[in-house]
Write a protein that binds this ligand. Structure first.
Ligand code: FES
Length: 118
């Protein structure tokens, strides 16, 4: 080891040993379209990186919804993930083969009566 040079202190196999090197991307499906993401990153972040800003639509007004808090509090990022509705895409980790759908597409919107809102 040359004099004055620091010896690496991170043991091989420690997560920090791979710092700066991203894992291989995996493919998941959004509204039938294959999308790449890094395993473990939130679904919403993978979509944001692909330029997808609309994660769903408001069930009453039909207005597009997107990220707001990004920490799981506001529920603006709800998506159907692996068949389960209302999953928070800002928290749900990407993995190979995940099936994601945006909820309340405008063509699905229908008037809600008072009972359905409760
Ligand atoms: S962006 Fe607020 S809960 Fe996901």
């Amino acid at each position: 080891m040359p004099k004055g040079r620091l010896e690496p202190r991170v043991p091989a196999g420690h997560p920090w040993a791979t710092w700066g090197r991203l894992p291989q991307p995996v493919t998941f499906v959004v509204d039938g379209i294959p999308v790449e993401g890094i395993p473990g990153e939130p679904v919403a972040m993978a979509l944001w990186a692909q330029g997808v800003r609309v994660l769903g639509w408001n069930e009453e007004s039909g207005e597009p919804r997107s990220l707001f808090c990004t920490i799981g509090h506001c529920f603006e990022c709800r998506m159907t993930i692996d068949g389960k509705r209302d999953q928070r895409a800002c928290l749900f980790p990407v993995r190979e083969g995940l099936v994601v759908e945006r909820q309340h597409r405008p063509e699905e919107l229908r008037p809600l009566d008072g009972m359905e809102r409760l």
